[in-house]
Design a binder for this molecule. Sequence first.
Ligand code: IMP
Ligand code: MG
Length: 187
Amino acid sequence: MTELLRINGDMFELFITEEQIRERIKELAARINADYAGRVPIFIGVLNGSFIFLSDLIREVTVDCEIDFFKLSSYGDAKISSGQVTLLKDLNCQVFGRDIIVVEDIVDSGLSIAFIKKIIEKENPKSLKFVSLLLKKGIPKLDFPVDYIGFEIPQDFVIGYGLDYAQKVRNLKSIYRLTVQGTAKPE
Ligand code: IMP
Ligand code: MG
């Protein structure tokens, strides 16, 4: 496995391996399976970043479930959030009276999941929980808990396993962390 990656002059180091991700997902799914026994939750993935995590997670889920997707935009091609969240694709499912589990790749500022929480709560779900593979420590804008967290990480920029750098490298199997920032702009 590649330990170091150089992208546009930026240096990334291996941070969370595919084995570690796989093991952690099994643990999260075991908790979800126990918590949702006898119920039929809808997993709502937040595109694009969560699509790989969602697909691995639900294959460890043994309760009946459905899936749907939101698409949000907040980062553009930058490494730092613009602070503005827009809805690019709404849900197709009926949320009313259902058990909803929102699936995120990473919670950084918390703006995206706070935005999603508002939209979903308007539709009166039976319950609403959040699962995120990664959570950056010390989030200022989050006043509710993320119910299932894969890994709490420092506030570094990370890529791979669904997480992009200027839309690329989502296909990396492991997660890498920015170590040395170059001067090059993403292409
Ligand atoms: P938030 O609204 O600041 O919590 O960020 C939400 C979204 O920004 C995440 O769902 C990711 O898609 C993206 N994001 C946040 N941090 C990173 C990162 O370190 N690498 C890549 N994408 C990130
Ligand atoms: Mg995301």
